[in-house]
Write a protein that binds this ligand. Structure first.
Ligand SMILES: [Zn+2]
Length: 416
């Protein structure tokens, strides 16, 4: 049977059939070492001419209905979890203070996914693919969101999830993973150690692996956000999209979605994507123009985008260079300040990684870089409830007042 898509190596261009489960390019992965981003990450490529000839109208319909089966590596949308993944709101924000903005600002709120993060888009597709291929056990290495997301999707689909976590993973995210009934394997080491061990376990026990920049289907799930943005803007493109960047997989997913639409001639250009990294974890931005990249260890409050070795560096760099993306770094102080602005002026409480994207937007705004009438989207990738510790230093929970009305009046006059 003719397969719906094939894989293409990001580095050497070699193609591979999709009928077997495959992770990295067999040729390029021989070059891989433990201390550098991997070579040989694969990209799913569809038969765009065939889709175009029989169903551009269908694709438009699918975009309208927010189901994209022609552009997903699945046989049927029925294989996806029943939980509502994707299809998240795109809010039009007209002002941040008293002044009305003279450009359009849209917030894509992906904290509205079932496990409260963007990662559900990837987990849902991986879980559906496993279901279609009678695979019961899915494994991933994660410091938080990806693991809790996979655990949630597997709970809904009656699949087993096994999550390798670094010993120091944050309690809130571990709690979420365990509540969904997944098995946790704490590893004495960092994320990279957990990542490598999960791959060894995949080989030894025959499980299916969800690791990002390893399993090519995660990008196929993540790209759906671009279809939605295009569709929600009444089939028009934004001028800029601010995306938080850690290992480079989400931004590659956003690009891949628009690239699919470009290949289908549904759009005629790719919007400008702004890669926003935390100052303390900016290995992609710092190395974007370097011939020989140098990776330094990371330290930022935005734990979801805190990575030492950005695993999808090579693909993200290619996308950013090919489509003239822009890059910006924001400090932890800017992330915290942006988080407060976002929460208090829009009603969306986002996790620090998502607030980083908003901080990138604010930096452009204060520099007067938005053209009048331009459309700008900020991708908010996760809920602030995922990491309450991060924002403790910018809030002050007051001591209790005596239960009498005069004390309340005195208290209110002081705190105002
Ligand atoms: Zn290759």
């Amino acid at each position: 049977m003719r397969t719906k898509f094939f894989y293409e190596c990001n580095d050497c261009g070699e193609t591979f059939e999709s009928s077997n489960i495959i992770y990295l390019c067999s040729k390029c992965q021989r070059k891989n070492t433990l201390d550098a981003p991997p070579f040989g990450v694969l990209k799913a490529v569809y038969d765009y001419d065939r889709i175009n000839s029989h169903s551009t109208a269908d694709v438009f319909n699918q975009l309208e209905k927010k189901c994209f089966i022609d552009l997903l590596p699945l046989k049927s949308v029925e294989s996806l979890p029943y939980l509502k993944v994707g299809n998240t709101p795109l809010y039009h924000i007209t002002s941040l203070d008293k002044e009305v903005l003279d450009f359009e600002l849209y917030l894509k709120d992906d904290s509205q996914n079932p496990t409260y993060s963007f990662k559900d888009r990837a987990s849902a597709v991986v879980s559906a693919f496993a279901k279609e291929n009678d695979i019961e056990t899915i494994v991933a290495a994660s410091t938080g969101n990806a693991g809790s997301s996979l655990a949630g999707m597997c709970a809904a689909q009656k699949q087993k999830a096994i999550i390798f976590v670094p010993a120091a993973a944050p309690l809130a995210k571990l709690t979420q993973i365990l509540m969904y009934g997944a098995r946790i394997v704490p590893v004495d080491g960092n994320y990279d150690t957990a990542f490598n061990l999960s791959i060894e376990a995949t080989n030894k026990f025959g499980w299916y692996n969800r690791n990002t920049a390893f399993n090519p289907l995660t990008i196929e799930g993540k790209k759906t956000v671009s279809f939605e943005i295009f569709s929600q803007l009444n089939k028009s493109l934004p001028d800029r999209i601010f995306v938080p960047v850690g290992d480079g997989v989400i931004i590659s997913g956003v690009y891949k979605g628009f690239e699919d639409l470009l290949k289908l001639k549904i759009i005629d250009k790719i919007p400008t994507i702004v890669a926003v990294q935390a100052l303390g974890s900016s290995n992609i931005v710092n190395n974007i123009n370097k011939e020989v990249p140098v990776f330094t260890s990371s330290k930022t409050i935005a734990d979801s985008i805190s990575v030492d070795i950005p695993r999808n560096f090579r693909m993200a760099k290619k996308f950013l260079n090919n489509y003239k993306g822009e890059c910006i770094v924001v400090s932890d102080e800017e992330i915290l300040a942006a988080s407060k602005v976002l929460s208090s002026r829009t009603g969306i409480f986002a996790e620090p990684a998502a607030s980083a994207a908003f901080a990138g937007f604010l930096s452009y705004y204060w520099d007067g870089r938005f053209e009048k009438g331009s459309k700008n989207v900020v991708l908010l990738t996760g809920s602030g409830l995922k990491d309450l510790n991060a924002v403790q230093k910018i809030i002050d929970i007051p001591s209790p007042v005596k239960p009498d009305i005069d004390a309340v009046a005195k208290f209110l006059s002081k705190s105002s």
